[in-house]
Design a binder for this molecule. Structure first.
Ligand code: ADP
Ligand code: MG
Length: 456
């Protein structure tokens, strides 16, 4: 059972809201019903799974706050149903609704109104106080949640003695102290400085790994959305225009609006080796002899290849020159010719973790599972392509036509020979920010970055 289930939820502000919904359902647009009221949420349907971080993202005014407020009954929807843990919250009495809110749902806001004359500990314990939890217990639970958010030692301070980031941690600790399964966070980190914000994001991810809450997180920042969200709902003018994983939204944006959003995303934090990997052009069986290995390399026009056993467990890589020498010397097996691979990555490695190993590797990076099985390879050119927004590398983009990277990469991505191309060619495909070895490569990358900017 999902933690939250919203079906065809509408929220219209205005005196004729019911009529507005009727007309929206009949196909009228948000602007057309404007005289009847402001349609803040239009036909929103989604489910949030237990333990999931579900992000709602959209520009200011797109209806995010209104939507999240319907989820805990702060705002009754004009139409549609919302179930929390299977209970339809529109159908319960006000007392039951309060109980659901207390026991199941906590909320963290952007500006969490801390009580200025109360200590950090008492602020964190506040919801428990409201619930009538005894002093000793609520202080213990609040201290525990302050520890979780990195505020141990600050229990007796006043909010005014804390930085903005720390105050937001108190807000988070307060929500955690209530120990509800569901956390609603409305732009909770948006007021923080970028570095602090990043810290809070990391902390939330870490907390979530151990606590397994169901989180609905609202943000207008796509980087934040993609970093935090298991799934993301993109809102535009009151409607959810796409729901998907970060990868899906990045690689298959539903429309131009989403596409424009993702144009600016820091892809290095979102894309993973698993989504970038391809089938290796050639792999050589561990039991093969030099003659067979040479033949396979020749067929694939490759100078090197990975060696796998029958279960596709990666043994390492072999190089044509070494095999040839061994072959001439009468070798009958590849023994002693297989170089162990130390740069193999897991499928969930993020793009940013791939640059350094990719810069050094002679072969496309190997992607392996926990058992060491070869799942695929990530050519450097795939890294570069992934860094650019969709369309920026395609031939019809005028700005990319003269970019060295884009001129080479589309063809080389699919051609067997170029996957194993010499390091000098390949180094131009090392994205900016990584350890590009030569100045020439750096210049090429900078040039590419410029043309990418122009393509937007
Ligand atoms: N209480 C309200 N009364 C009237 N209009 C409102 C109210 N709350 C929000 N709105 C309007 O609903 C739309 C969505 O607002 P909101 O949900 O706050 O968007 P977001 O959180 O995405 O910025 C906006 O046009 C806003 O002006
Ligand atoms: Mg808002």
């Amino acid at each position: 059972m999902s933690a939250i289930r919203a079906q065809h939820v509408y929220k219209v502000f205005g005196r004729r809201s019911g009529e507005a919904v009727k007309r929206l359902k009949a196909g009228k647009t948000r602007d057309e019903v404007k005289p009847l009221g402001t349609a803040a949420v239009i036909d929103a349907s989604f489910e949030v799974n237990k333990g999931e971080t579900f992000v709602v993202m959209g520009l200011s005014g797109s209806g995010k706050s209104t939507l999240i407020r319907t989820l805990n009954g702060l705002l009754p929807p004009t139409a549609g149903t919302i179930e929390v843990d299977g209970d339809d919250i529109a159908g319960v009495s006000p007392a039951e609704l309060r109980a659901i809110r207390r026991q199941k749902i906590s909320m963290v806001f952007q500006h969490f109104a801390l009580l200025p004359h109360r200590s950090v500990l008492d602020n964190a314990a506040y919801p428990l106080e409201i619930q009538g939890v005894g002093k000793a217990e609520r202080r213990e639970r609040a201290a525990e949640s302050l520890k979780l958010t990195g505020l141990a030692g600050w229990e007796d301070s006043l909010p005014s003695q804390l930085s903005g980031g720390m105050r937001q941690r108190v807000g988070l600790a307060r929500a955690l102290a209530a120990d509800t399964d569901i956390l609603l966070m409305d732009e909770a980190f948006s007021a923080l400085d970028p570095l602090i914000r990043r810290e809070m994001q990391d902390q939330l991810v870490e907390l979530q790994a151990s606590l397994g809450k169901t989180i609905v997180f609202i943000t207008h920042d796509l980087n934040e959305a993609m970093y935090l969200g298991d799934r993301i709902a993109v809102m535009r003018d009151g409607r959810i225009v796409q729901i998907g994983t970060a990868e899906q939204i990045l690689t298959e944006p539903a429309d131009d609006y989403v596409m424009q959003f993702v144009a600016d995303v820091d892809r290095s934090r979102v894309l993973t080796a698993g989504s970038l990997m391809r089938r290796p052009v050639v792999t050589i069986h561990a039991g093969a002899g030099p003659a067979v290995a040479l033949r396979e390399l020749r067929e694939a026009q490759a100078s090197a290849a990975y060696v796998v056993d029958r279960r596709r467990v990666l043994h390492g890589s072999v190089y044509d020159d070494e095999i040839l020498t061994a072959h001439r010397q009468g070798a009958t097996t590849l023994e002693g010719l297989v170089h162990p691979d130390s740069s193999a990555v897991k499928a969930d490695a993020s793009l940013s973790e791939l640059f350094a190993p990719a810069a050094e590797a002679r072969l496309p990076l190997a992607v392996v599972d926990d058992g060491g099985k070869l799942l695929g390879v990530v050519p450097r050119v795939a890294l570069l392509e992934a860094m650019a927004p969709p369309g920026a590398l395609s031939g019809d983009s005028p700005a990319s036509a003269d970019s060295p990277a884009s001129a080479d990469s589309p063809a080389s991505a699919d051609s067997p020979a170029s996957v194993h191309s010499p390091a000098s060619d390949d180094s131009a495909a090392v994205p900016a920010g990584s350890t590009a070895p030569a100045d020439g490569a750096r210049a090429a990358v900078d040039h590419h970055a410029t043309s990418e900017g122009g393509a937007r």
